[in-house]
Design a protein around this ligand. Structure first.
Ligand code: NCD
Length: 337
């Protein structure tokens, strides 16, 4: 795939070679992300960071990634502060904002909205989540994390067993991750959710066509040989009423006791975050915080590397990042992380 100038809208754009190229580029970003060195390769470039839905990690890590490459970030957050509330089309917004930026990252509550926006944009657009549809950069950082965690245990993505649990209907991260994993060989999927929040058929069809073994269930038992358990939050904002979401909150929890009962000792625990830590939800308990298999913060750290890689690739500078490198004069205790 030729990344230079490309939009990143869906995981469907990738194949295993392009994924490998993104991951190799992400690996090379590590010294900059750790502040062992700095690079000014994007000095003068501007990221338009447009977040029309709540976000902490995705928004800040897109901004951080761009800053770490030497670029500047302009943020627009919240629908209410943008002219979209005055009836402006996504096309017009894109046409205007893209002349103020070199690349745009965008999140929006409507499925397909980021692709619609990209049609009016004159610069590459990276999808930071469009409704319940896709979240391609999260899927890439999830897969990058899975590869690293499994490699630590001497395993590979091909042939692995992943359990996805929680709101699989509205969770865009599990939609994109499943589609990405479908490109690998003989992956076993156990999809655990209340029946009403099951994985959409459109995703199940992709997995079936690629010949993967898929179990759809509303029970946690029977997955004791899983390599990965990927927990998700009930996507309250996608339900018609908050009361409807209340019916499902806290149905599938993971805490130390449940983890020990249902999973083998080295099962890697993942969650795209934010985890809902309110007592009535508490889908991923704090009592797992010291468990070495809890990969959630490594996952969030990897988000910066993946987003740096995507900016470097789409702006055509991936091969010259080190040409713009300088030493870091300040003290940083992150050097040996
Ligand atoms: C997810 C999202 O926004 O889709 N979070 C994220 O981007 N890290 C998951 C969620 O909000 O539950």
């Amino acid at each position: 795939m030729n990344f230079t100038g490309a939009n990143i809208l869906s995981v469907e754009q990738f194949d295993r070679d392009s994924i490998a190229e993104i991951f190799a580029t992400a690996d090379r970003m590590l010294p900059y992300a750790r502040r062992q060195k700095r690079t000014r390769v994007l000095d003068g470039a501007i990221l338009g960071n447009l977040f029309f839905e709540p976000s902490t990690r995705t928004r800040v890590s897109f901004g951080t990634a761009f800053n770490l490459l030497g670029g500047e970030v302009r943020e627009t957050t919240g629908m209410e502060s943008s002219a979209l509330t005055k009836g402006e089309s996504l096309y017009d917004t894109a046409r205007v904002l893209s002349s103020y930026s070199d690349v745009i990252a965008m999140r929006h509550p409507k499925s397909g909205s980021v692709a619609e926006f990209a049609q009016g944009s004159r610069v590459p657009v990276l999808n930071g989540g469009d409704g319940a549809n896709e979240h391609p950069t999260q899927a890439l950082l999830d897969l990058y994390t899975i590869k690293k965690e499994l490699a630590y245990h001497g395993h590979d993505v091909d042939g692995m067993h992943i359990c996805m649990m929680g709101d699989l209907k509205f969770g865009r991260t599990v939609h994109s991750l499943s589609r990405l994993l479908a490109m690998y060989n003989k992956v076993r999927f156990t999809l655990i959710s209340p029946r009403e929040l099951a994985m959409p058929d459109s995703v199940l069809d992709v997995l079936a066509q690629a010949g993967h073994q898929v179990t759809v269930t509303d029970q946690m038992s029977g997955s004791s040989d899983a390599d990965i358990i990927y927990q998700t939050r009930i996507q309250q904002e996608r339900f018609t009423t908050p009361q409807e979401a209340d019916m499902y909150r806290g149905k599938f929890r993971l805490n130390s006791e449940i983890y020990t009962k249902h999973y083998k000792p080295n099962t890697v625990i993942m969650h795209p975050l934010p985890r809902d830590s309110r007592a009535e939800a508490n889908e991923l308990d704090n009592d797992l915080n010291q468990n070495p298999n809890l990969a959630i913060f490594r996952q969030a750290d990897n988000g910066v590397l993946i987003r740096m890689a995507l900016f470097a690739l789409t702006l055509g500078v991936a091969d010259i990042v080190d040409r713009y490198e300088t030493e870091v004069p300040w003290f940083s205790d992150k050097r040996n992380v």
